[in-house]
Design a protein around this ligand. Structure first.
Ligand code: GLA
Length: 728
């Protein structure tokens, strides 16, 4: 009966989109996790180690999956342990690949061999307990499967059941294995400040590639996401395995090809400067590492992750309201904020249709530039003689919510907080304290610091009608000393800092249920699925220049949903000296959560009219953009035109955005083939500006997907949008 149900669901995927099954064959000790998208299997080998058996498209028959085997040693240099795909290997015995767990006992013994001990299935969750062959050191592997996407979240809890303390030297969340095929290619996101999340593709060859952060936060340089394909996947076809690590501190993902054709991906806490002491009875939990499989290319891989993020990770899930159109004055005024100046901008913003007005840096303490004031979260009375309430009531009176910038993790040495508590910053006594942007990092690992900061933010959220915090974090860690704890426990700062950061956000949200948070770290320095449990959106990049944004947003969209991607329209020239038309800037930003960051005092009447029109248009399509399915049709990396299409969840609406970068030799832009439409349906096309060469305004899905649309984009930085409404 159960088997029939699985088969039925695999054949009629739509009928069972929330179906998941965790089967356990107790006689052969094999597990098979199945959803309509994918299956994942493990088994216990003859000597007791847990082996990975399968990850890929959906299977329905557990008997098909061969039980775990013990392999033969190839030579005295190639032991069988290296050839088997151990699911969560400890460092012990002859294991030289990247292991998932490495420990040191108090007596110096460092050998750890993990064997199967127990299992427990409940609903969509499976727990497998492994135990060292000699000591009571246990690891519980947690698997949670998300039926709608087939994505599995994996993490581990390491427990010291011995009578002596142990030091954990490496604690990984999971190891994933690709089938032994070869020719694999790795996709990952890299960059730097103002150029985050740029997509790279490269062949996987023997050896190890390390993606990581050592900076204390997620980082601008690499993002904890990967995708692997057999070298032939494209946007809408081919097999793609993908994963994302939910951690906002030092993280590490290694992609390793062994001499035995294994491609292994291991991720968790960065092993760099890592040490975590477990006294008898204590345990350590690793972050969740999400993994999924798509057999419809990178596009579906992204859509599955988007779905998971919106439905299962972000705080309000699918009940979240659409992101409002916001205005932020940072690029207009920088530190020069005042009640009168902000009110003028608020008037102008509200006339355009803005829904949330955000005051950025500069409102507090002696914050007239970036040399002073961080840490002193009290309203500057010169700039705001009536406190913040004068402005907030005004903004609310205009029908807008109010948002406020904070950077709670930092102090300027020139601040009352630092003068009162110089010991609160991370430091090695007697050593220099490296300043970056004239600031130092508070040691959030300390519970007294955590409690103080919670109380400061709680007071702001209680005293004022604040709907939203833009939570910034503008430097990397240095000298991560924690002199108040025992020397061997000091490196725990890396982990405890992040846990306390999450804790503050969780407590704030629990106490102020309407409060929303944006995760910002000098742009996109803290974009990951760990922080997403506590925030509503990410600040994508400080680079708001529209053409650069096309690539930044393309990379971002591989791993993160459009709804989570804050995107502003700002003034030109910006950042790199380039000037693009206002419409181009709007359409780029309208592909995520739209915001305006321009100096509205400099806008002409014509600019304001165009902005009003574009904001009204955005409000019509934002349900589709923010909650729909994204199809990347033309990439800015490989074409002179970028095109992205969003299809609403119910399939009734779609919107196409297209951008011509630079026309050469009077050519037309490439024909745009739609994706994800119903071939048998008819759609009414609504062009925002008549830049479609096809004359018919009612066309079938089949025609749009097979013959495509020819747009008339010309010159430099031309752009358009086309709305599709299903009429039959
Ligand atoms: C960071 C943010 C910006 C702005 C400034 C303020 O750079 O990314 O958006 O808030 O800080 O100092």
């Amino acid at each position: 009966m159960r088997r029939f149900a699985i088969l039925f669901c695999l054949v009629f995927t739509m009928a069972c989109s929330t179906f998941a099954q965790i089967q356990f064959d107790a006689a052969r000790k094999v597990w098979l996790i199945t959803t309509p998208h994918s299956s994942y299997a493990m088994g216990v080998g003859p000597s007791g180690e847990l082996q990975h058996l399968y990850w890929g498209g959906p299977l329905w028959r557990i008997e098909d999956v061969p039980a775990a085997q013990q392999r033969q040693d190839i030579s005295s240099f190639d032991p069988h342990q290296m050839i088997e795909n151990e699911e969560y290997p400890g460092w012990g015995g002859p294991r030289y690949y990247e292991t998932a767990l490495k420990i040191t006992r108090a007596d110096g013994d460092r050998d750890l061999v993990l064997h199967y001990a127990d299992q427990h299935v409940e609903g969509d969750e499976l727990e497998i307990t492994l135990k060292d062959i000699h000591d009571d050191i246990q690891v519980t592997l947690h698997y949670r499967v998300y039926p709608e996407t087939g994505i599995i979240s994996r993490s581990s809890t390491i427990r010291n059941g011995t009578q002596q303390k142990i030091t954990v030297n490496s604690a990984q969340s999971a190891t994933w294995y690709m089938p032994r095929v070869g020719g694999y290619r790795l996709s990952y996101l890299s960059g730097r400040w103002a150029a985050e999340s740029l997509l790279n593709l490269e062949p996987i060859q023997e050896g190890m590639k390390v993606l990581e952060s050592r900076t204390g936060h997620t980082g601008h340089n690499l993002n904890p996401w990967f995708a692997i394909d057999p070298g032939n996947a494209a946007e809408e076809h081919g097999r793609v395995w993908f994963g994302a690590l939910a951690w906002s501190g030092n993280w590490r993902i290694t992609v390793e090809q062994t001499p035995y054709q294994q491609v292994r991906v291991t991720g968790g806490f960065n092993t760099f400067d890592f040490a975590y002491v477990l006294k008898p009875g204590e345990s350590l939990e690793t972050p969740a590492f999400y993994g999924g499989y798509s057999d419809h290319g990178f596009g579906e891989a992204s859509r599955l992750l988007d779905r998971l993020e919106l439905a299962d990770i972000e705080p309000h899930g699918l009940k979240a309201r659409p992101r409002p159109v916001l205005y932020n004055s940072w690029e207009a005024t920088e530190f020069n904020v005042s009640e009168a100046g902000q009110k003028t901008l608020a008037d102008k913003a509200s006339k355009l249709g803005v829904e949330m007005f955000v005051v950025d840096d500069g409102w507090f303490g002696k914050r007239n530039n970036d040399h002073a004031g961080l840490g002193d979260w009290v309203v500057n009375p010169q700039k705001f003689p009536n406190g913040l309430n004068g402005l907030i009531q005004y903004v609310n009176g205009l029908g807008m919510d109010f948002g406020l910038w904070v950077e709670p993790e930092m102090v300027n040495p020139d601040s009352d907080l630092y003068r009162a508590h110089p010991d609160w910053v991370m430091n090695f006594p007697g050593r220099p304290r490296s300043e970056l942007r004239n600031q130092l990092v508070l040691n959030f690992a300390r519970d007294d610091v955590k409690d103080y900061i919670f109380q400061v933010l709680d007071k702001l959220a209680t005293d004022y009608n604040i709907r939203y915090f833009k939570w910034d974090m503008n430097r990397t860690f240095a000298e991560p000393g924690w002199p108040e704890v025992a020397p061997d426990e000091q490196p725990e700062l890396w982990v405890k800092y992040v846990r306390n950061l999450y804790d503050i956000m969780a407590r704030l949200r629990a106490k102020h249920p309407k409060l929303e948070i944006e995760s910002c770290s000098g742009g996109g320095g803290r974009v990951d699925l760990g922080i997403l449990r506590y925030v509503d959106e990410f600040w994508t990049s400080d680079n708001t220049e529209a053409f650069d944004r096309l690539r930044i947003q393309e990379g971002f969209s591989q791993a993160y949903a459009p709804k989570l991607m804050s995107a502003w329209v700002t003034d030109v020239p910006n950042m790199n000296g380039r000037s693009t038309p206002l419409e181009f800037r709007f359409l780029v930003a309208m592909q995520g959560a739209l915001g305006i960051g321009a100096n509205l005092n400099k806008w002409t009447e014509e600019d304001a009219q165009l902005a009003t029109k574009m904001i009204a248009l955005y409000k019509r399509i934002r349900e589709t953009v923010q909650f729909g399915n994204l199809y990347r049709l033309l990439s800015p990396r490989t074409n002179d035109t970028t095109a992205n299409e969003y299809v609403s969840q119910d399939g009734k609406e779609a919107v196409l955005f297209a951008f011509r970068h630079s026309q050469e030799y009077s050519t037309l832009p490439p024909v745009i083939y739609f994706e994800g439409l119903n071939a048998h349906a008819v759609y009414r096309l609504e062009s925002i500006d008549g830049k479609i060469l096809n004359k018919e305004s009612e066309v079938s899905g089949a025609y749009l997907m097979q013959s495509g649309l020819q747009l008339a984009l010309k010159g430099d930085f031309d752009s358009t949008a086309v709305l599709l409404h299903r009429i039959q």
